[in-house]
Design a protein around this ligand. Structure first.
Ligand code: PXP
Length: 246
């Protein structure tokens, strides 16, 4: 039986549809078509990361998504002038500020907000003036939650990578770190989201954390789509979220 309560929302990160396209620098698979399939399957948001090295999502993808989506567009980005300029012009619903390192395979850790709080406060104001909400992608640490709240950000997205990669012995500790940081985020007046490394196998305990608003899931959904199709892969995640009382 489905649990009562408000279901956690699903943002689908479609970067790796673009990774496949960029493997041949062609037009397939079509990122915009993929986004519309996710939308029709019930996703609440489409998330893309416009990296400075443009290894997957391209500027044109973001422009087109902003025009054709009926659900929210969330742009992951480094807080650098070039990308801030693009984002304040295109005006997605929200931006999620992430650390970016050119050598990394994927976003490795959370953004160190506390060491650059003053600058990030200015960045948040620029986005708010443009009518764009701001999320900070942070490790589940009180210091980073406090610094995020101090910048005026609307959301924090807690990095679930350490939990997702944990072995059996440390999985509970990592989950507890998320639970604790989530409670602190809510006390601090922030809306809290979660993402990175989530799969059908590890999503449920995270989805059950009290007050969770949204998860952003990419690699696992695109990987599952190879076998069961994108629509079914999105629905599978939505079913899990609906079955957990938020
Ligand atoms: N949230 C953020 C802020 C991310 O940087 C990423 C990876 O791009 C994700 C969510 C999605 O992570 P994954 O692809 O592991 O599901």
């Amino acid at each position: 039986m489905e649990a009562q309560g408000v279901s956690v929302e699903l943002g689908v990160n479609i970067d790796h549809v673009a990774t496949l396209r960029e493997a041949r620098k062609g037009i397939e698979p079509d990122v915009i078509a993929a986004a519309k399939v996710c939308e029709l399957a019930g996703a609440h948001q489409i998330t893309v990361h416009l990296r400075q090295d443009r290894r997957h999502i391209q500027d044109r993808d973001v422009e087109l998504l902003a025009q054709v989506l009926n659900v929210r567009l969330n742009l992951e980005m480094a807080a650098v002038d070039e990308i801030i300029g693009i984002a304040t012009r295109i005006k997605p619903h929200s931006v999620c500020l992430v650390p970016e390192n050119r050598q990394e395979v994927t976003t490795e850790g959370g953004l160190d907000v506390s060491s650059q709080q003053e600058r990030l406060t200015e960045v948040v104001s620029r986005f708010h003036e443009a009518g764009v909400k701001v999320s900070m992608f942070i490790d589940p640490e009180n210091e980073q939650v406090d610094a995020s709240a101090a910048t005026g950000a609307d959301f924090v997205e807690l990095h679930t990578g350490a939990y997702a990669n944990a072995d059996e012995a440390s999985e509970m500790d990592e989950l507890n770190r998320l639970v604790q940081a989530a409670a602190h985020a809510i006390e601090s007046g922030l809306v809290f989201n979660a993402g990175h490394g989530l799969t059908v196998r590890n999503l449920r305990p995270v989805a059950a954390i009290s007050g969770l608003h949204e998860v952003n899931i990419g690699h696992s959904i695109v990987s599952r789509a190879v076998f069961i199709g994108l629509e079914a892969a999105v629905r599978e995640m939505l079913d899990i979220l609906r079955s957990v009382s938020a």
